[in-house]
Every structure is written in structure tokens, then in C-alpha cells.
Write a protein of this length. Structure first.
Length: 173
């Protein structure tokens, strides 16, 4: 198995759709979410990352722009959603490779906060911590504190930013 992690391109869209469809139990939600995000200004092409094995796409990670609103201020941040790995490739570190690559690219592009709603025992390995303890809020979705998380990619970035995370309209179909 020789996994290649690379930026998605237009010729990958069909396979990316299928990976998301299959990985999420043959539901269209995540696959359609990717398509909706691609059609907005929140889409950052370098942050749509795929894992490929022998020319076949087996995993996909999408990071896109969102905002944290603090009174009159708007802070641009990144949200991670979705991440999908084909079931026959799960538990082999592919999701981990995609996340590491994604976080590194965020840092290189000057995005220092990444937020997500995710599994509380998986994402802390990558530096994600419960976000509400840092003065961040999420009201668009009702989620427990432990699944709303933030990863600080530059020291002290969380000291300067407080407020409510606002997911873009694309997340709401």
C-alpha cells in the first residue's frame, strides 16, 4: 500500500463524492456538503485533500473558512468537515495523515485556529481541545462541550479571539 496525500483537483470530484457517500453509510449529506462548500468563497482549494492508493481515492478531508463573531469583529478561522476514509482502509492511519497534512497546510496559509464538531477521544491527539473553555461558543448546532473543539496552530492565538463560531450557509443545505 503506497498512500499518496495530495490536493484534490476537478477530475477527483466524482470519486470524492463516492468516498464521502460510502464512508457515511451511503448518505448523501456529507458528499453534498463538500459540493456546496466548493461553490462558495469559503472554499480553499489547497485545503481539500485526498488520500490515494494506486490511483484510487480512498480518503478525503475538507477544511474551509468560517467566522468567529465577537461583537463587531469578525475573525476568519477554519472548520474541519467532513473527513471520510473508505471503510476498507479505516484504522490504518489514513485519517491521521489527512488531518496532519491539513493542519500543516492551514498553518502555512496563515490560518491558526481550526474548529470542529467531532469525537472527543479522537481529535485531542491532534491538539484539539474543548472550545468553550477558551471563550468560544457555538449556537447553530446544539452539541455537548466535549465535541465542540478547537486546535490552536500558533501559540496564544486563542488569547486574541473570543466569540461565536458561525458556520457558513453551505453547512445547512
Amino acid at each position: 500500500m503506497s498512500i499518496i496525500i495530495r490536493t484534490e483537483n476537478e477530475s477527483d470530484f466524482f470519486q470524492v463524492h463516492n468516498v464521502n457517500f460510502i464512508a457515511f453509510g451511503e448518505r448523501e449529506d456529507e458528499a453534498r456538503l463538500v459540493e456546496r462548500i466548493r461553490a462558495t468563497q469559503n472554499f480553499v482549494p489547497q485545503l481539500s485533500i485526498i488520500a490515494e492508493d494506486n490511483g484510487e481515492i480512498i480518503g478525503h478531508l475538507l477544511l474551509s473558512k468560517a467566522k468567529i463573531i465577537e461583537d463587531e469583529k469578525r475573525h476568519e478561522v477554519i472548520v474541519l468537515a467532513p473527513i471520510a476514509v473508505r471503510s476498507d482502509y479505516q484504522k490504518q492511519g489514513i485519517g491521521k495523515q489527512l488531518i496532519h497534512e491539513g493542519l500543516n497546510r492551514c498553518k502555512e496559509l496563515g490560518y491558526y485556529l481550526v474548529l470542529l464538531i467531532g469525537h472527543p477521544s479522537y481529535y485531542p491527539k491532534f491538539g484539539f481541545r474543548p472550545a468553550r473553555q477558551f471563550g468560544l461558543e457555538l449556537k447553530q448546532f446544539e452539541v455537548p462541550d466535549e465535541v465542540f473543539m478547537v486546535c490552536e496552530l500558533k501559540e496564544n492565538e486563542l488569547k486574541n479571539i473570543k466569540g461565536e463560531l458561525e458556520y457558513p450557509r453551505a453547512f445547512f443545505g
